[in-house]
Design a protein. Sequence first.
Length: 669
Amino acid sequence: MIPRAQHDRMANAIRALAMDAVEQAKSGHPGLPMGAADVATVLFTRFLKFDPADLAWPDRDRFVLSAGHGSMLIYALLHLLGSEAVTLDEIRRFRQLGSKTPGHPENFITPGVETTTGPLGQGLANAVGMAIAERHLAALFGGGIVDHRTYVLASDGDLMEGISQEAIALAGHLKLNKLIVLFDDNGISIDGPLSLSDSVDQVKRFEAAGWAATRIDGHDPEAIANAIQKAQGGDRPALIACRTTIGFGAPSKAGTEKCHGSPLGADEIKGARDKLGWPEPAFAIPADVRDMWRGAGLAGKAAHQAWNERLKSMPGAHRAEFARRIGGELPKDKLAAAVRSVKANLAATPKEIATRIASESALEALTAAMPEMIGGSADLTGSNNTRAKGMTALSASDYGGRFIHYGVREHGMAAAMNGMALHGGIIPYSGTFLVFTDYCRPAIRLAALMGLRVIHVMTHDSIGLGEDGPTHQPVEHLAALRAIPNLRVFRPCDTVETVECWQLALESAEAPSVLALTRQNLPQLRLGHDESNRCAAGAYEIVPAEKAADVSLFATGSEVSIAVEARKFLRGRGVQARVVSVPCFELFRALPAAERQEVIGTAKVNVAVEAAVRQGWDEIIGSDGAFVGMTTFGASAPYRELYKHFGITPEKIAEAALGKLGKPQMGKP
Ligand SMILES: Cc1ncc(C[n+]2csc(CCOP(=O)(O)OP(=O)(O)O)c2C)c(N)n1
């Protein structure tokens, strides 16, 4: 037990650093770190298993600051515990360009930050993914090597966001008993008291989702410690609602929204120093407090050492596999062999099937070669074709399963996938309909920002899904996804491209991928056997012109075969056309300019075809190129009729090209 006076000094060090850093930056959020300082101090000094000298130790407990606006809490903790990266200088440079202390925590900037947070609710849902990853890897590698907890500090805002419901329902269902959420229950948000907008009983809400839940005084160290201890022994995830005062210690602003998101001001800070009994000048930490925090930081060393010993005594092959998986290293030879065998089969027996089915058969080979692939679907397993035959469900009674039934929870699913990727040892992939990327988008965006290898299998990718109609037919989604930096959007045109795109997505160690796949059957266009991955260029000539091309036809996915038909029409009119398949804009953009130019070619006329909006295509076809696609929402009908209705046909493509060439139109003299 830590004496109360000692605890208070340790917690006040966090409060002081938070006040001072926000004041210096002239912006930031002092209220949360000051209010949650007691909770964080108890957690970090008495419970959290970690080693400041090796913040990436695979068996460390994870701490997720879901309320990312309270970033000074984690920076103060890291600094006080002796992190090499978060020096006092970095605390002074809070929120400045190039500092290790950005406005919101960024996992790729600050060692010790487990995930980028800021958009409320995401961190909590990431933590669910981390806790799933822990249970799964423990089932495979044993509790001697994988045995850690995931702690979350969540705010009112986190719990008001809809994603939190998806996350807690999934965690409760899967009985993730090593997940502990500390709720900073301060009853204040930006607009003022929570009573303005919310009257949920969070304890009852979590209990209803299958959690253990309790309410305590978040400024009483022993109550906090007792609650955490109890939660650790439970058979289900635990919520500890910690009643706190936002801005604890600030004489006039504590307990009000005034200290949520702006500097306290010199007078208020002076008053807080008096009230807390903290006479030190700004940024000064007395030696005794520094020593106590450093001491807490050293406590994890022994556990880390013992873990190293256990790792050493593991059978060699098992140990190597664990290291490979945690290191995110692909089994290159096995992956290459799996891709080669699928392509060889397709060369021998071409298939006219939907790309979602092609994806399923690719997955049979890929998931067999790569045990780190954990699949799933948001209740569309049979439509997304994401479950390979041998895959059993991951469940509370079998964490070793490899397929997750996420339920109808697209947003929670995408964020949990991020958490699994962040945890390490897993490559998560999962599916829903492409149109519902809207429901996943905030998490996909964060995956792109963090550079995570997660793979979204998004089927039913256009009006080609037919009768379900415009609510289900994506029109603007490809453009919207392509607008996200560092996201790879793949739209393969046939079975061969599908397996190639899968390979590229798996090899994409620092960027998430979306595979946009069809519901409807497509002819196989790539008939020979290519050793190389032609999709790696992002775009390539799939059917050349017979002579110098007058027209270049660019298309993706299901529209490539339509462009190939259009090429024949044009030939009938004495016009030479080539067809370029563009499975991935982002990879194409990454080519050297000369190579890109070679693929774009020098034909007089460029035409792009995609059953979606034009936005984004001008970078390939130029603003004077012709576009055949969608300008409105779709409609409900059999898909062949829809293609005719919206004019995405070989004839219309040929007409567009002829129009640009100044030649008479099809069917006209
Ligand atoms: C998705 C999302 N919406 C809005 C915001 C802006 N925002 C930051 S904090 C906050 C709410 C603050 O209340 P609370 O979560 O209780 O934090 P506290 O005031 O206790 O620090 C809001 C709306 C955000 N960060 N993320």
